[in-house]
Design a binder for this molecule. Structure first.
Ligand code: PGU
Length: 397
């Protein structure tokens, strides 16, 4: 813990927000910072959780501990909804209380001796959990943590790392669509990544938390769409951004049977051991909600929320482009990644907050290559998004 240089990014953003509210109590603050969903959970899903919770008060409806790996019906429904024709078995799906928690459980499985690579920029939990488990430490306040391989992903390489110059590591964290850049890797890019992992004997931990936002057919929603991935990849995913479950808490991880350590032992056995020992299964009420999300009516309802947030992303992206800013992302993800050449991203973030009362996230919080960029979240009520675009246009015109 001593080697963690900074506080965790998102509580820092919340602190910035609170300080601003104290300073300007009458300002109408708009939060486009933390990627938190804002729209109500569809009624059919909320009522299935309510009914399940209420039935717990009856002799017939009561249930206690469930299987640590999740309820079979939900595991099967996840396979059907997200891994159709991809050879994934329900026994390879582990239901969780969210992707963030499984990132840390995977770190526990991997231990302190592995080497890791991350996209730069990337979701900060990968690096911070690596430091917590003892894989790396701060290198003299440089913003880099020793022994982590930073795979630079920017406009100059179409947000995909130059694998020819990337060192071999035991583990590669890869998030697509990416948080924060909003870039979704193409099929060709993911084929290169899988080949790289196979050649090097590395494990890819593929974070598909935003997969339901992918619009482009050439951008896979799962790493398991890539042939050969079953021997090298684990996938973590979530109901958070898919169904507005950021507070309900539900996710899953897929560990294929064919993923083996170099001594031939299946990784799935150890992950099962970690889940049984360090987790006791996701809340049964949340799992009832998850199952409702995957019913045909529930699925339709959550997809219309995704369309709503994607329209927000479109509105924001067009407005910022129209004032001459270079805008990335937003086409397959609910995040806009805006370039402010030559700037310090915390300064830009604070300037925008001061002038427009809009919270964003400075790119450098996601890694050294995020400097000069700002992440703007498309989660928000439409009227707030429209108000934010008007304020930003006025500031930058
Ligand atoms: N993976 C990625 C890539 C994410 O962006 C997030 C959340 C998670 C996992 C966590 O998902 P859960 O299933 O809800 O655990 N990222 C948000 C929220 C930040 C936070 O507070 O952790 C973001 O703004 O980046």
């Amino acid at each position: 813990m001593e080697k963690l240089r900074n506080g965790y990014l998102f509580p820092e953003i919340s602190r910035l927000e609170l300080e601003h509210i104290e300073k300007y109590p009458n300002a109408k603050l708009i939060s486009l910072g933390i990627g938190d969903t804002t729209e109500p959970i569809p009624e059919i899903i909320a009522s299935s959780m309510a009914n399940y919770a209420h039935a717990l008060s009856t002799a017939d409806g009561y249930s206690g501990y469930g299987p640590e790996q999740g309820n079979k019906a939900l595991r099967e429904a996840i396979v059907k909804a997200f891994y159709k024709d991809l050879q994934i078995q329900d026994t390879e799906v582990f239901v969780s209380d969210g992707a963030q928690c499984d990132i840390t459980r995977l770190q526990l499985l991997l231990g302190s001796k592995v080497t890791i690579a991350v996209q730069d920029p990337s979701f900060p939990a990968y690096i911070d959990s690596s430091v917590i488990i003892g894989q790396a430490g701060d290198e003299g306040g440089s913003g880099r943590y020793g022994s982590i391989e930073y795979m630079k992903c920017g406009p100059e390489n179409n947000f995909f790392p130059d694998l020819a110059t990337t060192s071999r590591t035991d583990v590669i964290f890869f998030c697509s669509p990416n948080n924060p850049t909003g870039h979704a890797a193409t099929r060709e890019q993911l084929e290169l990544l899988v080949k790289f992992a196979r050649d090097n004997g590395s494990i890819i931990i593929f974070d598909s938390a935003y997969s339901s936002y992918v619009q482009d057919d050439n951008c896979p929603r799962s790493i398991f769409e890539i042939p050969g991935s079953r021997q090298v990849a684990i996938e973590i995913s979530s109901f958070s951004k898919f169904a507005g479950f950021t507070g309900v808490r539900l996710g899953w991880t897929v560990v294929p049977d064919e993923l083996l350590y170099s001594n031939g032992f299946p990784v799935i056995h150890d992950f099962n051991r970690i889940v049984s020992t360090c987790f006791n299964g996701a809340s049964n009420v949340a799992q009832a909600g998850g199952l409702a999300c995957l019913s045909s009516q529930g699925f339709k309802a959550v997809n219309s929320l995704i369309d709503y947030y994607m329209e927000n992303a479109n509105v924001l992206g067009e407005a910022l482009s129209s004032v001459g800013l270079q805008v990335y992302g937003g086409a397959n993800a609910p995040y806009i990644w805006v370039h402010f050449p030559g700037s310090n991203s915390w300064d830009v973030c604070k300037h925008i907050l001061e002038k427009t009362h809009i919270i964003t996230v400075p790119g450098s919080g996601f890694g050294p290559s995020g400097e000069e960029f700002l992440r703007i979240s498309a989660f928000g009520h439409r009227e707030c998004i429209l108000e934010a675009t008007a304020r930003l246009k006025t500031l930058f015109l």
